[in-house]
Design a binder for this molecule. Sequence first.
Ligand code: NAP
Length: 306
Amino acid sequence: MSVIYERVALIGLGLIAGSMSLAMRRAGVAGEITGYARSAETRTTAHEMGLVDRVCDTAIEAVKDADLVVLAVPVGAMGSVMAEIAPALKAGAVVTDVGSVKKDIFASVLPHLPENVEFIGTHPMAGTEHSGPKSGFAELFDKRWCLIVPTEDSAETEILRIEDFWRALGANTKRMDAEHHDLVCAVVSHTPHLIAYTMVGVADDLSRVTDQEVIEFSAAGFRDFTRIAASDPTMWRDVFLSNKDATLEILGRFTEELFALQRAIRMGDGDHLHEYFTRTRAIRRGIIDAGQDTDAPNFGRNSDAS
Ligand code: NAP
């Protein structure tokens, strides 16, 4: 594959940026990749691993002469990072973020955008519960969706270019506006994470079930909640603080449905439960048919009960 951006700067060197660097190298779409992270510890680790071509001591140094700048820091840090790098961006550069929320990021980033620089939001819908420079891998984005969220001012040629870029990294791309992005993500990602956090918190509070029992028997469904609930606390704090409206809307609906199911259990209304679970089973089928998960029992794990 040919080079799409001659110089790419990654601000933040965690799971997403690290995976992007490895996927860029695999695809051969970047000439030089520079990187910067806040702590000296992360920068040293990234340097020792050779995660990017050049680890820089400042964000300004990393973005100098970059054609594409990727903001891969927690959502709450996007605005201040953009303010810091803005004066150093080259004319004609494209800045993108990979944050899990868009409206709030646009509000914090766009006021700092220089006239001659493009901004296009992107969100790879791929991740793990791990974070930091050692957690990245080149295949993270393969066959996963990357949502492309242009601003009203984004140039079509640059939108097409960044779509090509993400497809070269293995992802499928889909365009949507910021408001819709935030609602979709509240449904498929943010609220499920909150529910997982809650369920794990409840189990932890329940003194009649011992910690040992929770751990021993966790394969019976609970384990997948614990995996999600182990996600990075900073990242997820920022997601909920910044996607407040959409998450609260979906949580309101969730609570209503939960009460309806609670009532069905109390009243012994088996028809309601059966009908509900039949509908949800069809949704799972749709996810498998769309190639977004495996049909293998127990998510393809080779042991344990489900
Ligand atoms: P991560 O592994 O925790 O990495 C975050 C990186 O940002 C670290 O290198 C950190 O540096 C750096 N950083 C934090 N604050 C900074 C600042 N003020 N200036 C410069 N660097 C700073 O996080 P991640 O999972 O890659 O997430 C990055 C972004 O991708 C987030 O906005 C998240 O919403 C989004 N995202 C995440 C996932 C997922 O599942 N993880 C999926 C899609 C999108 P230090 O190590 O020095 O602190």
